[in-house]
Design a protein around this ligand. Structure first.
Ligand SMILES: *[C@@H]1O[C@H](CO)[C@@H](O)[C@H](O)[C@H]1NC(C)=O
Ligand SMILES: *[C@@H]1O[C@H](CO)[C@@H](O)[C@H](O)[C@H]1NC(C)=O
Ligand SMILES: *[C@@H]1O[C@H](CO)[C@@H](O)[C@H](O)[C@H]1NC(C)=O
Ligand SMILES: *[C@@H]1O[C@H](CO)[C@@H](O)[C@H](O)[C@H]1NC(C)=O
Ligand SMILES: *[C@@H]1O[C@H](CO)[C@@H](O)[C@H](O)[C@H]1NC(C)=O
Length: 845
């Protein structure tokens, strides 16, 4: 029964993917989300468009074609209808255009970057192989009948030079778990399906070339090697060619998107192609890793990913693997990339063969795990394009991602019933922290998280063993805070602007949310130099996520525009209590800005599975409720807190950073004694809220070398006082003098308490102002810009509303015209959501 259903679903997916080939130089294409009751044929007839077909598996999304035109003819028609209705020229009643929920004229996207690095070879840095390890490796090869010529070089599988520094997969293979019945899809620049190493595992029906619009993703350009190399890491066969993949009996397919011009629509089709049969999508690419780009997938692509997660793999959800990015040397961070910071993707960073941070691998609070790649003089040895060609030079986070893909293929063979969230849970619970300097911090559930290495390195044996007995998680639930209006200037320098939202048990009960997996935080900041900003989020359990970090090359004269950051550092927390967002502008210069607003979303496991629904698909208007005053017990308080700029700053990923701490020691970040409290309570066991931790004075009466005897301050005074009297007057005098000095210090610190700039009343006033002004002109322009591609033709506007608007010609009407103008201007400017952040640098040089 299930198989029949799968068959039907995949037939539908296949049929839809074979839309007629696009030719963007001769035609325009429109992706339109229609109300289910609306017929695409009648819309096509009305607008004189050619109906091409359904947009893959995206529900109620359709593709239309028109001859080339400078303007957006769908939007023009919608605006014209609105105008005529306002003037009462149009007949009232239903109109074919009323069914349009979202329409986007397709334009060529800036190219994604492949996340490979050309490694520096330096064999002199490699220690010689250990004889004992080599013998073990050879015995294993005999046992498993592995005759692949470069198997001995594949140190990421079996490391004979630094034993243990590998994916730890061989005992998984010995159990017969080698990827049977699991398919991974390499979304990339092609896949050489004729390679001796890949042809037996190649799965053609799950493959497609979205660049040349042919069924097979054959590499055609001279540098189309990346996808094939990645494919080899996952599923190179056990044979006489090159090496083996991590899941050498799994199937591999390829979807080609990186070798030519595509639009958002093409990418939306590619990102969940054949989602019933492709279990895992391997994505070793993304927006430029240049330390100045801030880009997220457009709405269609996001919808494609959510469709796969909700409906793919017969409802278990496809697993997305994204390479973290190679921009660490430009201070890039994977939270500026909307693919790696999606809750639907497992973000995989790189470590080198000696467990070091390679200079390129980006850090961020959204990074789940790391595994091996190039660095320390070596790289990944894998299959290359050609009948029997191999490479020693596959590197960057591009090469780390597919090792994880192969590992998840093994996990899925062991447990085909795992959902996409189970795969993430298993990663959190089994990744292995290791001895490399970073901000390792113990979390509420006793795991260790580092922004540089996520929860540690992937261990194939550990994750497969855990998967065998894993109890599936209940469905996903979520809680959204209201928009928190701050609307305050951000102080420059050694200070931060904090805003707090308190979550009560009742709120989570109503949201049916039991425990957190991901958190996302959407925010708006106006700033004259984006790279000066950094953002921290402090949870009620005392865990700090460095959501955003300063970037030396990011000169964008705008802050964050409805940008969503993500963190996996709060995994397993309950979420109840105070959540504090701290925005900093640590670079003291002429560039300043304001913290406008923020909204926190908690995502996690539900309480009652029977009540839980699937997340509704996102719409273009999801963040349009900024200025709705929350009728919530929530409050926003803006406070200025002095903070240590350097020591508490996020680890900036310099390979030779001073050692912070070992995984086991839940390192508190040192705060210089000259600045006061706001000590990040890093230990997850601490339940202190920011305000209490900031105001609580140390209980030690005397400085730390003196024991407190575990007694109160008063008793301490008595003990020390008596001792002093008995021993010598001069000693007591010395103590007295010390105390006097200490007290003075303390009182000067008292002046440094939270300076409360704003209280609830004030904030409400702020919110009200926002309402009255309609959100200020600048903001409106911005929103319109973001909405350039994305309008929901008549969202929230009944005919009634439209008609009443015409009553006062100068009021809302003019406002409307302005907005339309902005939208059109924006549409001409750029269509990527978040492209406002990348328009200056989005194109590949
Ligand atoms: C698009 O059409 C033009 C004109 O017919 C043709 O020259 C070009 O090769 C076509 N491009 C593609 C990708 O088919
Ligand atoms: C409809 O479009 C076709 C080409 O796409 C064009 O030849 C024709 O003139 C158009 N008809 C109208 C009524 O605009
Ligand atoms: C690797 O696998 C072995 C079993 O083969 C297991 O005992 C060990 O804990 C795993 N992890 C490490 C880090 O060795
Ligand atoms: C693969 O799946 C089929 C059908 O679900 C099943 O009969 C077969 O045993 C599986 N093979 C392996 C090796 O797990
Ligand atoms: C911050 O707000 C102030 C006061 O509203 C305004 O004058 C200033 O231009 C804003 N700064 C930015 C960068 O938008």
């Amino acid at each position: 029964m299930r198989i029949i259903l799968w068959g039907l679903l995949s037939a539908a997916t296949l049929a839809a993917a074979h839309l007629p080939a696009r030719n963007y130089s001769t035609h325009d294409y429109y992706a339109i989300h229609l109300a289910p009751s609306e017929s695409p044929a009648s819309l096509a007839a009305h607008l004189n468009l050619t109906y091409e077909g359904e947009l893959g598996s995206l529900e109620n999304h359709h593709v239309f074609k028109a001859s080339k035109h400078d303007t957006d003819i769908v939007d023009d028609a919608v605006q014209e209808l609105k105008r005529r209705r306002r003037k009462r020229e149009a007949a009232p009643g239903p109109h074919p255009l009323d069914g349009i929920r979202f329409a986007q004229k397709q334009k060529i996207k800036p190219r994604h970057w492949k996340r490979s690095i050309i490694p520096e070879r330096d064999v002199t840095r490699a220690p010689p192989p250990l004889d004992a390890a080599v013998m073990k490796q050879q015995a294993l090869a005999r046992e498993l009948d592995i005759k692949d010529p470069i198997f001995g070089e594949q140190w990421h599988i079996f490391n004979t030079k630094t034993p243990g520094n590998d994916i730890n997969v061989t005992d998984v293979w010995r159990q017969g778990i080698t990827g049977n019945n699991v398919t991974s899809c390499i979304v990339d620049d092609g896949l050489d399906m004729d390679s001796d190493d890949l042809k037996d595992n190649f799965y053609a029906a799950g493959s497609y070339d979205f660049n040349d619009h042919v069924p097979l993703p054959k590499p055609r350009l001279s540098d189309d090697r990346h996808g094939t190399r990645c494919a080899g890491e996952v599923a190179a066969g056990r044979n006489n060619a090159c090496g083996v993949g991590i899941a050498y009996d799994s199937k591999i397919s390829g979807v080609r998107i990186l070798s030519g011009d595509i639009s958002d629509m093409d990418e939306a089709l590619a990102i969940n192609y054949d989602m019933q049969n492709n279990d895992i999508y391997s994505c070793s690419w993304g927006p430029p890793d240049d330390g100045k780009t801030m880009q997220q997938p457009g709405l269609l692509i996001e919808t494609g990913m959510i469709t796969a997660v909700q409906q793919g793999r017969a409802g278990k959800g496809n697993i997305y693997i994204f390479a973290a990015g190679n921009g660490a040397m430009y201070e890039d961070n994977c939270n500026f990339d909307g693919y790696t910071n999606s809750i639907y993707s497992i973000t995989v960073g790189a470590i080198s063969k000696d467990n070091q941070h390679p200079y390129y691998s980006e850090a961020c609070s959204a990074q789940l795990v790391v595994t091996y790649s190039s660095g320390s003089g070596d790289a990944i040895h894998t299959t290359d394009v050609g009948a029997n060609k191999c490479t020693k030079d596959h590197g960057g986070t591009s090469a780390a991602g597919p090792i994880a893909v192969g590992t998840y293929a093994l996990v899925l063979q062991a447990r085909p019933d795992l959902t996409w969230r189970d795969a993430q849970w298993l990663t959190v619970m089994t990744a292995v922290p290791f001895d490399a300097p970073s901000d390792w911090t113990e979390t509420t559930i006793g795991r260790h998280f580092s922004h540089q290495f996520g929860y540690g390195k992937l261990d194939a044996w550990a994750i497969v063993e855990a998967a065998k007995t894993w109890k599936l998680v209940k469905p996903q639930a979520w809680f959204y805070s209201p928009w928190m209006h701050v609307k305050k200037a951000i102080p420059e320098g050694d200070q931060g602007l904090a805003s707090i939202f308190e979550i009560t048990p009742k709120m989570l009960q109503e949201a049916n949310l039991e425990r957190i997996e991901h958190i996302t935080l959407t925010m708006n900041i106006e700033h004259q130099r984006r790279g000066d900003l950094s953002v921290e989020l402090l949870s009620p359990d005392g865990m700090t996520s460095h959501l955003s970090v300063t970037r030396k090359d990011d000169n964008a004269a705008e802050g964050y525009l409805d940008w969503t950051f993500m963190s996996v550092a709060h995994w397993g927390e309950k979420g109840i209590g105070k959540w504090t967002v701290i925005v900093k502008d640590t670079v003291v210069n002429q560039k300043t800005g304001n913290f406008t607003d923020w909204k926190l979303r908690l995502w996690g496991e539900c309480i009652d599975a029977t009540k839980q629904k699937l997340r509704p698909m996102p719409t273009a208007n999801d963040d349009a409720d900024h200025d709705v005053i929350p009728d919530h017990p929530a409050h926003t308080t803006s406070i200025v807190i002095p903070t240590a700029s350097k020591p508490t700053a996020v680890p900036t990923d310099l390979p030779d950073r001073p050692v912070n701490s070992k995984p086991s020691s839940a390192a508190p970040v040192p705060v210089p004694s000259t600045t006061i409290a706001f000590e990040p309570p890093v230990s997850a066991t601490s339940t202190s809220s920011p305000s209490t931790s900031a105001t609580a004075a140390p209980e030690n009466f005397l400085p730390s070398p003196f024991p407190t005897f575990g007694v109160s301050k008063k008793t301490q005074i008595w003990i020390y006082g008596s001792l002093a009297l008995i021993l010598a007057f001069c000693i007591s005098l010395a103590v007295y003098l010390y105390l006097a000095r200490r007290k003075k210090l303390r009182s000067s610190r008292d002046d440094y308490e939270f300076e409360v700039l704003d209280d609830m009343e004030d904030d409400d006033a702020g919110a009200r102002t926002g309402m009255l002004n309609g959100g200020a002109g600048a903001k409106k322009g911005r929103r319109a810009k973001r909405g350039g591609e994305l309008y929901d033709a008549f969202a929230g506007e009944s005919d009634e509303d439209l008609l009443s608007e015409s009553e006062g010609e100068d009021g809302p009407y003019r406002d409307q015209e302005e907005r339309e103008y902005d939208e059109k201007a924006a549409m001409a400017e750029g269509s990527d959501r978040g492209s406002s952040g990348s328009s200056s640098n989005g194109r590949k040089p």
